[in-house]
Design a protein around this ligand. Sequence first.
Ligand code: PLP
Length: 421
Amino acid sequence: MRGPQWLERGMHHVWLPYAQMQTAPSPLPVVATQGRTITLADGSELLDGIASWWTACHGYNHPHIRQAVQAQLACMPHVMFGGLVNEPALTLATRLAALLPGDLERVFFTDSGSVAVEVAMKMAIQYWLNRGERGRTRLLAFRGGYHGDTMATMAVCDPDEGMHSLYAGALPEHFMAELPVDAASTQALDNLLAQSAGQIAAIIVEPLVQGAGGMLFHSPDVLLTLRQLADRHGVLLILDEIFTGFGRTGTLFACEQAGIVPDIITLSKALTGGTMALAATVARRHVFEAFLSDNPLHALMHGPTFMANAMACACANASLDLFACEPRLTQVAQIEAQMRSELEACRHLPGVVDVRVMGAIGVVELARIADMNALKAALVAQGVWVRPFRTIIYLTPAFTITPAELSRLTAAIHTVLAHQG
Ligand code: PLP
């Protein structure tokens, strides 16, 4: 069947992400999104199991968010943030500071998760420079971690994960360690921090779930250990909550489960309920104060053109309204319970090596996937949009998904895997 004209024409000119353009199957042409449904150009519908890369936590096209964007569009879509400020951005900064734990209270806005991480890295390195310590230019990151696709963030992703290995020679070297999940790995990390004293600006970690690196879970104790080690060795702790922030693991922020306050936190994805591009790097008071000086060179030299875009900030404020007045965290707990019981049925299917669930994240891990394109097509044939990667099939649905819709997703995965075997 031929697609619409815009698809045929446009596919000669567009370059798709993570895709071998010579062999990748044609992408599906989408014409509308509503609730948990993606409507394709031929009128068929897919039930979305991954909320557009974990962003659309309230479902698509929520009326409250749409109205907020429309109202903002009518009066001020965008105004530069250098020397000018706007109400939605300052209100959002105030609200984020109130929601985040401890004195995480200074918000630097950007427009993508990767850039939010880059800003966190720059903040950490310059924090030490401003305090007169010139040697602390490296970060300590973890195997299995993912923090973005830009040059700086690739350098703190797992080097063996494969996706970025091509660029290895062009990336600066940071320290890479195993997460401190037991006594031996904690001791190894302690030793590494002691040996590298004076070189490390900050530890960076995705709290509770390493997402794009393989949906790997760890316990809140790991975060507690990292906070203790960071304090003992006098380095900053950056939590990358771009995936986990805004309820995904069961609490509004994953760090709440460990009762720790990082020095810097990064947020994006569900910040706007998945409607517009926006990210935030939020620093504790002591980090911000290290930039206050008579010396102009002590200022943070960063300023994306579209930072603090008024429509994106209005969108994020509307998303926070929904977290305040609709039972999102209760919905996450219900999704968690349902996925635990329904995905369990996959555990004994051939090729399945693990089933794990945390909050609104459900994972079926396989020993190997013989034909990824066939698997994706089989899921689409079941009427669901799920995007497996490497050996992982996962669900990260909108928190507003109904029990019946969620059952359709888990049943589709079960059916497809049962037929694969
Ligand atoms: N950090 C984490 C933990 C992420 O999951 C992602 C994206 O998946 C990023 C950073 C990068 O965000 P973006 O794709 O918006 O640049």
